[in-house]
Design a protein. Sequence first.
Length: 265
Amino acid sequence: MFEALVYNQSPFIPKLGWLVWVSGRFGLTEEFALSLAWLLLLAAGVCLVIGLFSRSAAIVAWFLQLAAAKTGGLFSYGADNFITIGLFYLMIAPHPDRWSWDWLRDRPRLPDLHRLGFHRRVLQIHLCLIYFFSGLTKCLGAGWWDGENLWRALTSPPFDQLPIAIVASFSPLLPALGVFICLLEISYAFLIWPNWSRRAVLAGACAMHLAIALLMGMYLFGVIMLVLNVAAFGVDGPWRRTAVEASRAPPDAGGLQIARQKARQ
């Protein structure tokens, strides 16, 4: 049943055709419906950047992004999937952030720290699974061990941003680089957790995605992966520091903290 629900052609998967059908019921054209969808997606993205109507904007952005990705399934690639994943976490995560416009405007109560930590942990585990199985798949093929896959990736249109002469001059390094990528992705799930190795693994992952963006022209994919990595492991957020302080506080400090929060409102 799950496969039927998530299958690309399933009627349960949102498509832009839904919006076209609804618009048609009101006598509106398909062009108007699609233009409205893109304008709504753009507006939702702007609202998320500045933190305005965060929850509603995340829901609208996730729905429209998923509908667009599933409508053009043959033309979508990894970036579309990871954008959908990121918007899904924004949709269910506690809001608002204290740097958002919603926070500055309404000064709401602080979000549940335990729930915020839970969602971040789920994102961390999700990324670990993605990297582990991506690295495992690469290790099972010979193309990453001898550098052939890297050569094809850097020289095949439309990703051939570098002149082939430059790629050829560095071709002896491609096998070592391919092995490094395999080991990085496999070890990500294990070495990202200890404090002594987290920064090195995170820096390696960010450098890999930055190189993909600059050398292959996959800017959107590179940016979204950088954002997900930094959000999951690169920011020691206020929720963690506050949770540590709360765990060290005396038993009667909880009521005092709640009273202080109410006094600020």
